[in-house]
Design a protein around this ligand. Structure first.
Ligand SMILES: NC(=O)c1ccc[n+]([C@@H]2O[C@H](COP(=O)([O-])OP(=O)(O)OC[C@H]3O[C@@H](n4cnc5c(N)ncnc54)[C@H](OP(=O)(O)O)[C@@H]3O)[C@@H](O)[C@H]2O)c1
Length: 233
């Protein structure tokens, strides 16, 4: 899609990846509205983008709809939705607290799905028929990992949902599933529960940002790991 002039909502713009994607799109001439939960970081990010920040708690479906509609009102439509919200949680499958399991699925699966559902009618009407939903799942969708059963399962469920969405909406908008490996954003230090098992060396997050910007500006539908390489396809 053409990034210049694109009307964009970045959900999770208060996080490391969301903020960097929002900044990259803004630098390339997109009009970007930020949505996030942390009020202070949201105000900072929105100030840099020159748009109003939208409060978002993805566990609340109404909040997802409000954030999308607020962005559409401000921008006069929506060409690109980026979903960069997410939270990790660690613990053995048999031992994870039920409330943590529920929150992992609410934040990583149901929330992103609610955001895409709310945005779908607007993306279908996007400029030049180039509407795009770009959603961060994770390599864990392909490589579920011990000590992260629920987080892996939540991301796998999201990735599966995105696959079906892509088929169903192939004539309406593009679906880009971003499945990065472990990155240097510190996500694991903000986990909902437990501590991370031994993780592989982290990839610099700038590599993913650059891949996302390339993918958005082109026509890829996935960013995945092929061995140690991240590839667009
Ligand atoms: N870092 C990695 O190793 C890695 C690898 C693969 C995939 N990913 C995925 O990439 C995405 C971004 O992660 P990141 O590394 O940038 O981590 P991050 O800096 O911790 O960002 C996470 C974002 O999710 C938001 N969030 C969490 N719970 C929320 C809720 N209930 N409502 C609204 N927002 C909520 C946070 O909002 P507040 O800060 O405002 O609370 C923050 O904006 C996530 O989906 C993550 O699973 C990350």
């Amino acid at each position: 899609m053409k990034i210049e002039g694109a009307r964009v909502l970045v959900a999770g713009a208060t996080g490391v990846l969301g903020r960097a994607v929002a900044a990259g799109l803004h630098e390339r001439g997109a009009r970007v509205v930020a949505a996030g939960r942390d009020a202070a970081r949201l105000a900072e990010v929105a100030g840099a983008l020159g748009t109003s920040g939208r409060h978002l708690d993805v566990v609340d479906v109404d909040s997802c709809g409000d954030a999308v509609r607020g962005a559409v009102e401000e921008l006069g439509g929506l060409d690109l939705l980026v979903v960069a919200t997410g939270a990790a949680g660690f613990g053995r499958a048999t031992e994870l607290d039920e409330a943590v399991a529920e929150e992992l699925f609410a934040v990583n699966t149901l929330g992103p799905m609610a955001l895409v559902r709310a945005a779908a009618p607007y993306l279908a009407e996007a400029r030049d028929g180039e509407g795009t939903a770009a959603v961060l799942s994770a390599v864990l969708a392909d490589l579920p990992t011990a000590g992260m059963a629920d987080y892996s399962a939540a991301k796998a469920a999201l990735a599966t949902w995105l696959q079906v969405l892509r088929r169903e909406e192939r004539r309406s908008f593009r679906v880009l599933d971003v499945r990065p490996p472990h990155l240097d954003t510190g996500l694991e230090t903000r986990a909902l529960a437990g501590s991370a098992p031994r993780l592989p060396a982290s990839m610099p997050h700038e590599q993913v940002i650059s891949a996302i910007l390339d993918a958005v500006g082109g026509d890829a539908t996935e960013i995945v790991m092929d061995g140690k390489e991240m590839v667009l396809r």
